[in-house]
Design a binder for this molecule. Structure first.
Ligand code: B12
Ligand code: SF4
Ligand code: SF4
Length: 308
């Protein structure tokens, strides 16, 4: 790691990121063949927008040919269980919202912080190319978090930090500045051991084998990404109106979860009550805008079919 990267890491932590790492952009992307296979086997088929950027997802230098470094940041969003924020009656009659979607949209929060990190770097490396990425950008973030030595991908597919668990968002910077000084970080070895809790608990058997999530079966595909697609009706909501946290709730690595330091993630909505759903104005600026306010009642009904 160069002195410039050491400074950037201090800045990243001051901005509220909980971990940060860097690696050379030309290291082979971890799990590249597995990501490629997910496209070939049709597991990502409902997410048509991904196929259009397949090449970039397999190689960051397609996105930025001059890239020298990949910086990855990790931010905890852990705020406890649903029961800590809503009473038992409301919980029983409502569809649950996955924890990532309780507060302000993480895309807005991370993007703002990453833009500030980019500005910090540009002040010290004028004229450099620096491209922030987060979620919707075609960078396979879990793979690069592993390449930066920040953790490993569990059998659930989740990126697991040994110090933060799984309740984290990822993002980063792609840049033509050499921030690694030729040092390739040591990888964190897979530490699932003999545990199979996530495979056993997944309500739709979407984790079809260790490390392999079939997006065609994952609840999140049908209650966030494609909420109106009739194919989603094949899967009951299993209590979840938006997203699903089951494979994280059972993960023993989450005993290391750290409470988020981000006030903008303070819970606004933790359940969708089908009799009192949030309005379009209520969900503006939150991840609930993705499935859309118009779909929340039907998603809550699918989550709790007997309660309506
Ligand atoms: C498409 C997508 C989805 C899809 C498909 C998920 C999937 N597992 O493929 C759907 C809509 C289902 C989804 C669900 C969720 N997502 Co999502 N999603 C993405 C997105 C945009 C791309 C992921 C991707 O490329 N998938 C293709 C697969 C093949 O790649 P991968 O998931 O990265 O898998 C890695 C490993 O599992 C491993 N691997 C894959 N197959 C195999 C096979 C073997 C044998 C081995 C050894 C390894 C291996 O290789 C990959 C790279 O290392 C990323 C953001 C991004 N730009 O990367 C967010 C992202 C992965 N999602 C995120 C989150 C939070 C979620 C949910 C938890 C949301 C929720 N609570 O409702 C769930 C978790 C479901 C799960 N168990 O994975 C976070 C994950 C953070 C973390 N700590 O891991 C990300 C990084 C967004 C972000 N910026 O924070 N997601
Ligand atoms: S998010 Fe839910 S449905 Fe998707 S893999 Fe995890 S437990 Fe299964
Ligand atoms: S629940 Fe167990 S098998 Fe699944 S990711 Fe966590 S440690 Fe690994």
């Amino acid at each position: 790691m160069t002195p410039l990267m050491q400074g950037l890491a201090v800045e990243a932590r001051a901005l509220g990121f909980d971990d940060v790492g860097v690696c050379p952009a030309d290291v082979p992307m971890p799990d590249r063949d597995h990501v490629s296979a997910a496209f070939d086997d049709g597991r990502l088929e409902p997410l048509a927008w991904m196929a259009a950027t397949r090449d970039q997802r397999l190689d960051v230098r397609v996105r930025m040919p001059a890239a020298q470094s990949v910086v990855v940041v990790v931010q905890s969003y852990w705020q406890g269980d649903h029961g800590a924020h809503v009473n038992a009656d409301a919980l029983a009659r409502s569809g649950k919202i996955a924890r990532y979607a309780w507060g302000q949209d993480y895309h807005h929060v991370l993007r703002r912080k990453l833009r500030r990190l980019r500005k910090w770097l540009l002040e010290r490396a004028p004229g450099a190319k620096v491209a922030p990425f987060n979620d919707v950008d075609a960078v396979t973030e879990r793979a690069w978090a592993m390449a930066c030595g920040l953790g490993f991908a569990g059998k659930s597919g989740m990126f697991i930090s040994r110090t933060l668990g799984t309740w984290t968002f990822l993002g980063g910077l792609l840049t033509d500045v050499d921030l690694h000084g030729g040092v390739v970080p040591e990888r964190v070895t897979d530490a699932c051991g003999t545990c199979t809790a996530c495979l056993d608990a997944c309500p739709t058997r979407a984790i079809i084998a260790p490390h392999i999530v079939d997006a065609r079966r994952c609840l999140v595909t049908w209650n966030v990404e494609e909420p109106t697609d009739p194919r989603g009706d094949a899967f009951a909501g299993h209590g979840w109106a938006v997203g699903c946290d089951v494979c994280q709730e059972v993960c023993p690595w989450n005993k290391f979860a750290q409470p988020t330091r981000e006030p903008r993630y303070a819970p606004r909505h933790v359940v969708v009550d089908p009799d009192a759903p949030p309005s379009a104005a209520d969900v503006k600026g939150t991840p609930l805008a993705r499935p859309g306010a118009d779909n929340l009642v039907s998603l809550a009904r699918r989550a709790r079919p007997r309660s309506v």
